[in-house]
Design a protein around this ligand. Structure first.
Ligand code: G6P
Length: 613
């Protein structure tokens, strides 16, 4: 949440900062601001609204300067407003700060500072931090870096910050604790970002700042990284493998649609080098490297949030079916606070698209203390979760920018399928025929997905009838139950229509009371072991005049006769059906949101990377 950009070098900072903010807008978009050093001035411009509003606001302003920081906000403390937008000045206006995260003891610090006569302008925890830095700087006559170190010592919470001091105009100081920050290294210039997307246009050399480190970027000097006690740290320079096309819309009206359509290609990337369908083989390096500990695991706990949690529910079924190990799937936010039983014999799988979700990171830390092996399944390369885990597998689906997760979900399911197969083979819990059939079918999934995507126009037409709905129920059983949850989540996230996913058979224990002729019910009714049961559930809905939209296996005539609308899916193995059934539900949510004129890529109140708990 919240996007941070910084630039120091010989170019004009403003255009780089604005472009960077636009790339990071998925992280938060209720207000935006920029601070620029221009000769002896430190100018701060900020406004409520999106980055485009900031650009209009800055039209008549002096935006020159080669050193600057900028921010796009997802409000935590204080409503979205120009006053609460970042950057925040210190009282003297010598310092300006931007911040991502939460200062938990902000109230106590604020009260102390107020008692000492400091005057505040905003309701934010961020302003408390910059005022504290200034207070210690003045009181103890410190240089900026030392003042930052002293102030951060008093702070409890999570932060990624960037700070300018107009009396040290050739310098940006950035620090991180639990919230991500990346420094880009160019020729006599530095870039700063919450992730690498604002940087890759300019350089492929980056340093992912470690927790507890402070970066000092000075013109004409090498990057210096120290910790809070001023011990110098050795920054590790990585070369990033990301191109601009991956973070641009490439002709699609929205990132979400682009990301839905990219799935066949992304899943090929995810499987490349891991699935060899000719040799009937799945190879995951983590399973080779950690074979003994993985095989010794007596239980698996999957921790995740949001869409990643839904992928985890599918993983549970895959792993239990093939590996015969019990799997619990936990919301990371619940797990971290309920004193769970975790032992060194457990394997904890942490799933996260962004690799930055605060609750998932905290769940990892908790599990680590019990000695469990921690396996990460993440998308964002170099992010905090992969660095906090013992081992893991990237899903390699490329940057996901639409706030509603799509390709990361299917990527996670593919990795879980590969992991369950690789483990089952090692454990001897899967017969060769099943193993070979699943491996072969996995390699066919991208082409089958393309067939589903060809129905995009039909789904767009269908979506119009949904726009009237205030509530929608999604039903599925077995592997399709998490798909129903995910379909409902997609719809509520971007169209703001209330939607519930339910196991189809549970419907009669409550939700059926809601069914009437105004209630659309989306049923995943593919031809598998549960087919007859789901057919009965559809009959029950029709008997109450519900409007049924069914996802069926190609050629199904029975359900096609009963349902109001059908979407056909190519036949696949039951355990891989989620990979196909999810696609029409993503498209349905997308088109409904477009029909309702909602901001698909940046839905209200949400953020893509949830770095606060
Ligand atoms: C946010 C996003 C969701 C995502 C969830 C978990 O709520 O809007 O799309 O599923 O966080 O994020 P993660 O990056 O850990 O998968």
């Amino acid at each position: 949440m919240c996007g941070i950009v910084g630039y120091i070098g010989s170019r004009d900072a403003y255009p780089i900062l604005i472009k960077g903010l636009k790339r990071l807008e998925y992280r938060g978009y209720d207000s935006a601001g920029v601070a620029l050093i221009n000769n002896d001035d430190l100018n701060v411009y900020k406004t409520k609204g999106k980055v485009a509003d900031l650009e209009s606001f800055c039209e008549a302003k002096n935006i020159s300067g080669h050193v600057g920081i900028a921010h796009t906000r997802w409000a935590t403390h204080g409503e979205p407003s120009s006053v609460n937008a970042h950057p925040h000045y210190s009282e003297s206006k010598n310092l300006a700060i931007i911040h991502n995260g939460i200062i938990e003891n902000y109230a106590e610090i604020k009260n102390n500072l107020i008692a000492k006569g400091v005057k505040f302008r905003s309701d934010t925890d961020t302003e408390v931090l910059v005022q504290l830095i200034e207070y210690v700087q003045v009181k103890k006559n410190l240089d900026t870096l030392t003042a930052v170190q002293v102030a951060l010592h008093q702070v409890i919470g999570a932060y990624a910050i960037a700070l300018l001091d107009k009396r040290e105009p050739n310098q940006i100081i950035a620090a991180r604790k639990q919230s991500p920050l990346v420094v880009g290294i160019g020729e006599n210039e530095f870039f700063l970002g919450s992730d690498a997307s604002p940087i890759i246009e300019f350089t492929d050399k980056v340093v992912y700042l470690e927790d507890g480190s402070i970066a000092v970027m000075r013109l004409g000097e090498e990057l210096k990284v120290v910790n809070i006690l001023n011990r110098e740290l050795n920054p590790l320079v990585h070369t990033i493998d990301m191109n601009l096309g991956q973070i641009e819309k490439c002709g699609y009206p929205h990132f979400m649609l682009k990301e839905i359509f990219e799935q066949p290609e992304c899943l090929k990337n995810c499987m490349r080098g891991r699935i060899n369908a000719d040799a009937d083989q799945v190879t995951l390096s983590a399973v080779i490297d950690y074979k003994e500990r993985l095989l010794a695991a007596k239980r698996i706990i999957i921790v995740a949030c949001g869409t990643s949690w839904h992928a985890g529910l599918i993983g549970k079924q895959l792993i239990e079916t093939f590996c015969r190990i019990p799997v619990d799937v936990e919301y990371a936010s619940e797990f971290r606070y309920r004193n769970p039983v975790v032992t060194k014999d457990d394997l904890v799988i942490a799933m996260s698209q962004s690799g930055e979700t605060a609750d998932t990171l905290a769940a990892i830390e908790l599990a680590k203390r019990s000695g469990a092996l921690i396996y990460g399944i993440c998308n964002a390369v170099g992010s905090s979760i992969p660095r906090a885990t013992d081992t893991g597998s990237y899903i390699h689906v490329g940057p996901e920018i639409g706030v509603a997760s799509t390709k990361a979900f299917t990527g996670q399911v593919i990795v879980l399928a590969m992991l369950s197969l690789a483990l089952a083979k090692e454990k001897g819990t899967i017969d060769d025929q099943t193993y070979n059939a699943v491996v072969k079918e996995l390699s066919l999934i991208p082409d089958k997905m393309k067939e589903v995507l060809e129905q995009n126009d039909k789904i767009a037409d269908l979506s119009r009838i949904f726009t009237y709905a205030h509530n929608v129920i999604y039903l599925g059983r077995g592997y399709s139950y998490p798909v129903a949850l995910e379909g409902a989540l997609k719809l509520k996230e971007i169209s703001y229509i209330h939607a519930e996913g339910y196991p189809a058979a549970e419907m009669k224990h409550g939700p059926i009371a809601l069914v009437d002729s105004d209630m659309p019910v989306v049923v995943i009714a593919t031809h598998n072991a549960m087919y007859e049961k789901v057919l009965s559930n559809i009959q029950e809905i029709k008997a109450r005049k519900g409007r049924v939209i069914a996802l069926v296996t190609k050629g199904d005539e029975t359900i096609s006769r009963i349902a109001d609308e059908v979407i056909e899916l190519p036949k696949t193995l039951e355990c891989l059906e989620p990979l196909l059934a999810t696609i029409p539900l993503q498209l349905l949510a997308y088109h409904i949101a477009v029909c309702k004129d909602k901001n698909v890529d940046q839905p209200r109140n949400l953020a893509k990377s949830v770095t606060v708990e």
